[in-house]
Design a protein around this ligand. Structure first.
Ligand SMILES: NC(=O)c1ccc[n+]([C@@H]2O[C@H](COP(=O)([O-])OP(=O)(O)OC[C@H]3O[C@@H](n4cnc5c(N)ncnc54)[C@H](OP(=O)(O)O)[C@@H]3O)[C@@H](O)[C@H]2O)c1
Length: 313
């Protein structure tokens, strides 16, 4: 009898904190609060064991409520779920890191976090306004704090024991190298946009060589144009292996060694996105080598302004 396919249960051991990140993760960048709560519950019920949120998404409260409900039902325990949230750009000053972390933890109804990420390497003016702008509409950056200053405060959270692992998000290779070179606790995870149109091979290679897990967001191309799920290479493989284009792209991401975060408001798609199976090696190669288009859907990496989040009023 054939062995059951275990790709969906893949986990990547992290370089600190003795934990392992489930490769298939569910993201909660969903504007509507009710949809966020329902989708989070549906994701846990479908089998997802990594959840991603952020202070900036405004979804921590709903994710916390959904987890609380599911945990109270008793079938899934807190320690079964790997929870990720992120420090926003307005909280980069070291004295603001711990209060921001504690606020997130409280909203999530948790007493420890599995992974805390610096959401972007850009510090904005410190304060409660998440999207500070000058009279001309330009972002007001904070030039008096460096990423390394913020990283030092993140390391303190790990030392205090309430945060198992820390990492970086929306960074390029140079910033990752800078932090790896200076850190006491190296980043466990680097979280960036990545899919067949933006494979980030060089960053992945560096992460691999340095024991860091690369976690890909927008693995399906964020439902944007050009539509990755309509790419002829992807649809051809999907037809051949009897899977959907989304399942093909998600399997490719795991098989090439990245974790990922996918999102849907639709319970059927959530279940389908968890139902991935191993692709033949030649299909993985065909995607890696045969797709030449290069598209970045989210420009957050250039400015710190989140591309997929509606601008604050
Ligand atoms: N650090 C950052 O700056 C950053 C930026 C962006 C995202 N993220 C994180 O990464 C997560 C995932 O990002 P993403 O939303 O761009 O991921 P994605 O999975 O590439 O795209 C999600 C979009 O694809 C659609 N979709 C989902 N499953 C589908 C399927 N099987 N077939 C066709 N369409 C499908 C969804 O629509 P429906 O809801 O209608 O299904 C949704 O519009 C976010 O939730 C967030 O946690 C981080």
């Amino acid at each position: 009898m054939a062995e059951p396919d275990t790709l969906r249960y893949t986990r990547f051991a992290l370089n600190h904190g003795q934990s392992a990140l489930p490769a298939l993760g569910f993201g909660t960048l969903i504007p509507d609060p009710v949809a966020t709560r329902n989708a989070t519950k549906a994701a846990l019920e479908a089998g997802f064991r990594a959840l991603d949120t952020a202070e900036r998404y405004g979804t921590e409260k709903e994710v916390g409520e959904a987890m609380d409900e599911v945990f109270k039902e008793g079938r899934i325990k807190r320690e079964d779920v790997f929870v990720i949230t992120k420090l926003w750009n307005t909280n980069h000053r070291p004295d603001r890191v711990k209060p921001a972390f504690e606020t997130s933890l409280k909203k999530l109804k948790l007493d420890y976090l599995d992974l805390y990420l610096i959401h972007t390497p850009f510090a904005f003016r410190a304060g409660d306004e998440q999207d500070p702008r000058d009279a001309d509409g330009n972002v007001i950056y904070d030039r008096d704090v460096t990423l390394l200053d913020t990283w030092g405060a993140m390391e303190e959270l790990v030392k205090e024991g309430k945060c198992t692992a820390i990492g970086l998000s929306d960074v390029g290779l140079e910033k990752v190298k800078e932090i790896v070179g200076a850190a006491t606790i190296k980043p466990a995870v680097v979280h960036v946009e990545s899919h067949p149109y933006l494979p980030e091979w060089e960053l992945l290679e560096y992460c691999r060589a340095n024991g860091i897990v690369l976690q890909a967001f927008a693995p399906l191309g964020h439902n944007s144009e050009p539509n990755l799920l309509e790419d002829a290479v992807i649809t051809g493989i999907a037809q051949r292996v009897g899977k959907t284009p989304a399942q093909v792209v998600l399997a490719w991401a795991i098989q090439r060694g990245t974790a990922l975060l996918t999102t849907s408001k639709n319970a059927d798609r959530i279940r389908a996105n968890f139902d991935v199976s191993t692709l033949p090696d030649e299909a993985v190669r065909e995607i890696s080598e045969g797709i030449k288009s290069r598209v970045r859907f989210n420009s957050v990496v250039n400015t710190g302004v989140p591309g997929f989040i509606p601008r604050a009023k």
